[in-house]
Design a protein around this ligand. Structure first.
Ligand code: SAH
Length: 290
């Protein structure tokens, strides 16, 4: 069997199980099993496959067949052009969340040496990206999950930003309020699936991603509501609160901001599919233009 034939067999196996993106998934798993980058895979394409490598690939195909997400199988996922280590301790970073990072970067364009928080940091995707893309920034990141914080710390180390990213274990902004911090921006991609909707999630998410990262026990917008309420305690005047929302939630989160004293008019941003995905608002009280 050649490498090309192995890929073909893998793709057909996954497609027969109804798995999306069978071709690219088979390629990624084959490359992982054979420890080959893309170029090396094409160089090896018409050569015979090493039987041990094929056995490893078949084991990976079986894992994907049972629903385990590719990022957990291979142990990494790309976000903002950077590689992040991921496993079942953390949510797999999503492309939509890049819209959140872009919004934070834009909000801070005119702020020198900003201090930024990432609440519910998970893999550290947002915190580490912000530190990488704004070399003058300092980042503080929180999570209730000590297991997630281990992964986030490993990702900060991998990208050599440990000197500018500090991690705190605790509930939402609580550790930052306790530390008396004053921030230029608070970014958060909180859990936003209501408990009654959790059973209807796709099995890849429902059965493999950490429930604490996905489900909001108090209801879909409960974390957003708590952040809106408490962020003025850590934001500088003119500082930004930037939150990710699920498809359809933006109007309710904007409404929350309108009802809460101390914020300027909220803005929203759309993801690649056209959904309003990010809600940003500014703490009132700064000078100059908004
Ligand atoms: N920021 C990452 C992970 C988002 S998932 C990303 O965008 O990919 C949401 C994260 O919030 C999870 O890591 C979960 O452990 C954390 N979390 C859940 N409840 C929390 C709380 N009360 N306080 C702080 N973090 C919380």
């Amino acid at each position: 069997m050649t490498v090309a034939e192995a890929w073909q067999a893998g793709r057909e196996h996954l497609a027969a199980l109804g798995i999306d993106e069978a071709g690219i998934t088979a390629e990624v798993l084959l490359r992982h099993a054979l420890s080959l980058d893309r170029t090396a895979l094409y160089v090896a394409w018409s050569r015979p496959i090493d039987p041990e490598g094929w056995a490893r690939c078949q084991a990976l195909l079986a894992e994907r067949g049972r629903g385990r997400p590719v990022a957990y199988i291979v142990g990494h996922r790309e976000f903002m052009g950077l590689q992040f280590q991921v496993d079942e301790r953390v949510l797999i970073p999503r492309p939509e969340t890049e819209v959140l990072v872009a919004a934070v970067l834009e909000a801070l364009e005119r702020t020198a040496a900003p201090v930024v928080a990432d609440i519910g940091t998970g893999s550290g995707a947002i915190a580490v990206s912000l530190a990488m893309l704004r070399p003058d920034a300092r980042v503080v990141a929180t999570d209730v999950s000590s297991a997630a914080l281990e992964v986030a710390r490993a990702n900060a180390a991998r990208h050599r930003v440990t000197d500018r990213v500090r991690f705190f274990e605790g509930d939402l902004l609580q550790p930052l309020i306790a530390a008396g911090l004053h921030l230029d921006a608070v970014a958060c991609n909180p859990p936003y699936v209501a408990p009654e909707a959790a059973g209807g999630l796709p099995p890849d998410i429902r059965d493999f991603e950490p429930p604490v990262a996905v489900v909001a026990p108090g209801g879909g917008e409960s974390f957003h509501a708590r952040l809106v309420e408490s962020a003025p305690r850590v934001l500088k005047p003119g500082g930004w609160l930037v939150m990710e929302v699920s498809a359809g939630q933006a109007p309710r989160v904007v409404e929350l901001l309108h009802r809460t004293a101390g914020y300027e008019v909220a803005q929203t941003r759309r993801d690649g599919l056209g959904w309003e995905r990010v809600v940003a608002a500014r703490r009132a009280g700064h000078e100059g233009t908004g």
